[in-house]
Ligand binder design. Structure first.
Ligand code: ARG
Length: 470
């Protein structure tokens, strides 16, 4: 119904308008195609608003009851599929109001007293994001728990540690996995902090300047569970910082998931072979029958770009806007919705991957750890313990490594006599000190990879994640 919303007593716009919208512009202008996602929040916000209007004596209690009843009818109609707004409704706010008026007649026309779509859309969006944040947090907790359970299984499994993707020093596998639990906790904390600024209520700021209608903004803010109303009406309708903040925090979640995903992809390769993928989370090749592909972590890594991109879109959207509301803001929704969906889905996919999609291969990991020079620092530390200055020890061990490389052998293959020739401080306990397990066990500094330190961390995280396990 091109232009059907314009003019006349049934129209959306006032009688100032004579002509309908150009059909293309009607489509171009509408957000109903995506903002119907805000329906529940729009109804919740309108119910609180109607009650407040009655509380302030702007409408009667009976009128408020009818309006609330009508809004609940719309909720039920939406649930049963009867409420199906179209392009002519432009957006969810108009769609609800028009349906309310159709249901109630003139009383329905009282709902929009003392508010505007500008404060309304801001309220809806904050309520929507607050709900999603409250779902995302336990999702992240589930992934932390999945990582914890793998870590718990691998308290004494070793894994090569890398810097520059070059073998550096061996690690306890649980220590490696606990690092991701820490990262995800920072994400949860950051999102919790974002929630504080999402949880401020713009309702009643009206179009931009407040309203002459005697409303009570604290009542609506309270009823909707907000911590407070915005102090400044202009700021209230112009603020989309919370969208940017959420998407920035979500970008870090995605970056963390992507780093973990990348490790799994590398670990699952033939060359590393540190993990095996279960059939639950891997796919085959249409051509090469031998293949098992890590699609889940690859998709997670690939989807980062969406969320990072939405962050750019949102920043760009707000950067040149004069106060107060500008239609540019309609662009916040698809970016925010997709950022939320993508992040939530990737968190869940990674949780499933660590719950039942992969198995670490301790024998392979053990083998890998024994076959390198990642105990070289420990030879230097051994000399330091015997009073040799670190830099001197470092140079000496460097030359020993070169010597071994020329002979195609490892440090542990040198005899004690050979070691003693290199430095008189070497003694019979050297070989034991060089074993990967001893090397890991020795790193007892706070936050280090020693088994006892890692056990402490596992217990601390079991408490924090409320796992009820010792
Ligand atoms: N659909 C609009 C949006 O998403 C609702 C607010 C419209 N306000 C206005 N003054 N045109 O931003």
């Amino acid at each position: 119904m091109a232009g059907g919303v314009t003019g006349g007593s049934d129209g959306t716009w006032s009688d100032r308008f004579e002509q309908g919208l150009h059909p293309f512009i009607e489509r171009f202008n509408a957000s109903i195609g995506f903002d119907l996602a805000l329906l529940q929040e729009d109804l919740d916000g309108s119910i609180a608003h109607a009650r407040m209007l009655a509380g302030c004596g702007v409408i009667t209690t009976d009128e408020a009851d009818q309006i609330v009843g009508g809004l609940e009818t719309i909720r039920a109609e939406a649930a049963s599929g009867v409420f199906q707004p179209g392009l002519a409704d432009e957006d969810v706010h108009f769609a609800v109001e028009r349906r309310l008026i159709a249901l109630l007649g003139p009383i329905g026309k009282k709902l929009h007293t003392g508010r505007s779509r500008n404060d309304q859309v801001g309220t809806d969006l904050r309520l929507w994001l607050r709900r999603r944040l409250d779902e995302l947090d336990p999702g992240l907790g589930r992934l932390q728990t999945a990582l914890w359970r793998q870590a718990d299984r691998h308290r004494s499994t070793l894994i090569p540690g890398y810097t520059h993707l070059q073998r550096a020093q061996p690690l306890c596998l649980a220590h490696h996995l606990l690092a991701y639990i820490e990262m995800l906790q920072r994400d949860r904390d950051r999102l919790g902090d974002v929630r504080k600024r999402v949880n401020i209520c713009p309702l009643g700021a009206a179009a931009l300047a407040g309203t002459s209608v005697p409303i009570d903004r604290r009542q609506t803010a309270n009823e909707l569970g907000f911590a407070a109303p915005y102090a400044n009406s202009l700021d209230a309708v112009s603020d989309r910082d919370f969208c940017v903040e959420f998407t920035a925090a979500a970008s870090l979640v995605m970056a963390h998931l992507s780093r973990l995903a990348e490790e799994v992809i590398v670990w699952a390769s033939e060359e590393f072979g540190f993990v095996g993928l279960s059939d639950r989370c891997a796919t085959g090749s249409s051509l090469m029958p031998q293949k098992k592909n890590p699609d889940v972590p690859e998709l997670v890594r690939g989807k980062c770009g969406r969320v990072f991109g939405h962050l750019q879109s949102l920043l760009t959207m707000i950067k040149g806007l004069p106060l107060a509301y500008n239609k540019d803001f309609q662009e916040d929704k698809e970016a925010l919705f997709d950022a939320v969906r993508t992040t939530r889905d990737c968190v869940e996919a990674m949780a499933i991957l660590f719950e039942e999609g992969l198995t670490f291969r301790p024998e392979r990991l053990e083998q890998a750890v024994e076959q390198d020079f990642s105990n070289a620092t420990d030879v230097a530390d051994y000399l330091v313990a015997k009073g040799v200055p670190f830099r001197e020890a470092y140079q000496l061990v460097g030359s020993v490594v070169r010597h071994c490389l020329e002979r195609s052998c490892l440090l542990r293959d040198l005899s004690l006599e050979e070691w003693k020739r290199l430095h008189p401080a070497f003694e019979g306990d050297l070989h034991d000190a060089l074993a990967a397990r001893a090397v890991v066990a020795a790193r007892r500094s706070e936050g280090g990879t020693a088994f006892e330190r890692v056990d402490e961390q596992l217990i601390a995280w079991s408490d924090r994640l409320d796992l009820g396990i010792e």
